[in-house]
Design a protein around this ligand. Sequence first.
Ligand SMILES: NC(=O)c1ccc[n+]([C@@H]2O[C@H](COP(=O)([O-])OP(=O)(O)OC[C@H]3O[C@@H](n4cnc5c(N)ncnc54)[C@H](OP(=O)(O)O)[C@@H]3O)[C@@H](O)[C@H]2O)c1
Length: 410
Amino acid sequence: MYQKFIINQDGVLKFGTVYLHKDLLSPGEQCRFGGGLWRIDHSRGAIVLYGRSFDFGLPHLDCVRRIDWTGIGGCPRPLLHMPHWPDEYPAVPVFAQRESTALWGSKTPCRVLVTGSRGFLGSRVAWYLEKCGCTLYTPTHQEMEITDIESCIQAVESFRPDFVIHCAAISSTGYCQEHPEASKAVNVEGTCHVVSAATLHNARCIYMSSDQVYQNDTNEWTMTYREEDTDLENHPPRGIYGRDKLLMEQQAQAIAPSAIALRLTWMYDSREFSSMPNAPQQLKEDRGIMANLEKARREQSPIKACTRERRGVTDVWEVVKCIASILHKAHLEKKNELPGGVYNCGAESTCTTYELYLRLAKERQIDPSLILPDDSWSRSLAMNTDKISALINSNDFVKPKDQGEVAHFG
Ligand SMILES: NC(=O)c1ccc[n+]([C@@H]2O[C@H](COP(=O)([O-])OP(=O)(O)OC[C@H]3O[C@@H](n4cnc5c(N)ncnc54)[C@H](OP(=O)(O)O)[C@@H]3O)[C@@H](O)[C@H]2O)c1
C-alpha cells in the first residue's frame, strides 16, 4: 500500500493509503486534476506532496478548491508541494483556492481557455469571464497557433479547461477574399484543430461563425434567416469568408456535435464598460458602426449607407454576456446536456442600414447630412434568434427592445 492523493473533478484533494490512485475514487467520481504521493514531514510539521499519478498525471494544485483530510486522520496540517522531488527545493505551500461565487454559485468556478484573446471579441470575453470568477487561460497567438494541431493539443492539455471559447480567426472579409488559402487554413482547419483538441480533453467548445453565411445567390434584402437557411453545395455564400465559415461549421460539428457555433452579426462596443473606472487596457479597439460614425464626425467625411441592406448590429457586450450565460447554464447543469449545434446570436433587424445609421447619428447628435443613401446594391444578413433565446434563459440574453436594430444591455 502507498500513501497517495488525487484531485477530483470538483477540485477536492483527497488522501489515502491505497495500491492505485483510482482506489481513492468514490463511485461516479473522476480524477480530473491528477494526483501524486504524500508523506508526513515531522521536521516541518507538514504533509509533503510529491510525484505524479501514472494513471491521472501530474497534480494541478492550482485547481484545489477544498482539502478532504479524512484519509489522513482528519487533522488539517500545512501542505507543501515538492515539484522537483527528490529535490527538497522548492517546497511550495498549497492552499485551497477561495471559490468565487460571482457567477458559479457554490460550484467550482469553471476553467476556460479563450483563443484570440487579444482580438476584439476575445479580449472582452476574457475580461468579462475573469470578472465572473472563471479560471482563465488566454494563450497568445504564438502560444497557441491554431493552424498547428500539436500546438492546440498542447495548450488544451496543459490547462485542462472545461470550456474552450474559440475567438481566434481571420475576421476581415476583405483579407479572406484576397487570401483564400490563409482563410481556409485559419478559419476552417484552425477551428477544426481547436475543436478536436478540446474534444480530446473532454472540454466543450464554443466557436464563432458569422451572419455572412446567409449571403448567397438567393439572398433577398427583405428576408430574415433561420439557422437552417444555408446551402453550401447548391447556394454557397458569395464571399470566401462566409463560405469558409459555413464549411468550418460543417466540419467542426462533424468532429464534435456538442460544440456550439455562434453566428455573430457585425459588432461594436457601446463603450459603457470601457469607460468604467477599471476599464481594461487590453481591450482591442472597436472598428464597428459607432467607430465609423465617430470618424465621420471627426473628419466631417460622409458615410454611404445602403438603403436596401438589412443586418443585425450588436453591442459586443451583449454577445459576451450571451457566451457567459451559455457557460453558466452548461456548467451549473451537466456540461453536455446543453444541446450543441449552430445558433444565430445577436440583434435581429427590422430596418435598413441607412435608417440605422440615421437613427444612431441623431442619437449621437451627428449631422445626418453626413449619411448618404446608397441604393446601388442589396442584401440581407438579418437573423431570427428564437433558437438561442430558447437555449438560454431569455432573462439572461436581453433581446433588443426597440425594433431590434442595435442590441444594448437592458
Ligand atoms: N468583429 C465582428 O464584428 C465579427 C462579426 C461576425 C463574426 N465575427 C467572428 O468573431 C470572431 C472574433 O472576431 P474579432 O473581431 O474578435 O477578431 P479579431 O479582432 O481580428 O481577433 C482575431 C484574433 O485571432 C488571432 N489569430 C489570428 N490568426 C491566428 C492563428 N493562426 N492562431 C492563433 N490566433 C490567431 C489574432 O491574433 P493576432 O492579432 O496576434 O494575430 C487575434 O487575437 C471571429 O471568428 C470572427 O470571424 C466577428
